[in-house]
Design a protein around this ligand. Sequence first.
Ligand SMILES: [Zn+2]
Length: 424
Amino acid sequence: MRYKMMISLGLISLFTSCQLGRSHKAVVAKNAILFVGDGMGIAQMTSGRLYAGGSFHQMNYEQFKYTGFSKTYSSDNYTTDSAAGATALAAGVKSYNGAISMTDPKWESDHKSKKLQTLSDLAKSSGKSVGIITTTRITHATPACFYAHVLNRNSESEIAEQVLKSNVDLWIGGGREFFLPKKRGGKRPDERNILDEMTSKGNVVLDNIKDLKKYGNLDKPILALLADSHVGYYQEGKAESSLDQMVKEAVRLLSKNPNGFFLLVEGGRVDHASHINQEEKMMAEMVELDKAIGSVFRLTDSDETLVVLTADHETAGLAINGYGPHSIAKGKRILGKTIARHPKEKTRPIITWSTGPGRSLYEMHSAAHTAVDVPIAAKGPGAENFSGWMDNTEIAIRIARNLGLEFVESTNLRSMRYLNNLKK
Ligand SMILES: [Zn+2]
């Protein structure tokens, strides 16, 4: 009798845990913050640590409790671009390189690409606020996937127009040029001034981070565009704002919503510096990204805020080579050379790249992305769901579930099923 009861209780709990496993209802986070280091492979992270303080230095991201790996391939390529990568992270769906939250038409029965539901849509539908922060143009592939839908990432003028119709409460980043017509110094092929159109719709448009401090809430959506194009590199001292400063302002404003928020934070220029093989620029961007992660840990309550860090892909095949005492790979000295361990051996740069225009094995005008798996790290309610190996699409699906939400649009579900069938 007792045994039977144990079995039936066991079955009930198994059933319940399956149910919970599907919906993740057991752990519901109020807020979710997704950090994306664009082009950030493990070697970018390690070199950032050595640059920040050497082998013994500890980064803020080491406070993440659970870690895993993301498989980044896109629907049409073994190596993803940032558009397909961000579509996966925003909508839980693999699509083709270049897609901005649109389905792969090859996976649709009518061969027509469809708009995808995103984490921003889900968060908004449950009364949460949505924020998007990037060090690139706000119209660039990664941030765009969280509010826009276009067939090709290069349609940045069209992406800028979609800001008008989006449900985002706060943007902070660069990229004024695609909001302004040519006669106003912009890059739009038409005469429209999207910034004026935003203002006349009752939104707030700002061009510097200091003005953001004047606002105590997000009653009106705020579009803060700090630069004409990308925010400047930190290492050059040209950044209009630190990512850390942007994150602090965003958390302050978004936290006012009692229903919570979803925030995307992109350290976008790790990728750009890697494309041009500029290791010091890249490492400085990594340190800045880490500083912003530290601020989030200090400013949010880990009982209610899920924080996830990942990358869309690795860029340029970064390697940290050779041997030597700790002192030669600490701070700026990591830009130097290894110790020769054999009389016939030459010293080599500590940092090299597989592709690109600098110290690389294969010279290319701009370095290529690589197909290697990238890290995932998570802290907060439901963080344990982010350990192990998973497709990049799972990150969006699991963030949604940890917020007590599910992707329900048939477009998303069709592509999710299509991928599952391919994997069988
Ligand atoms: Zn790239």
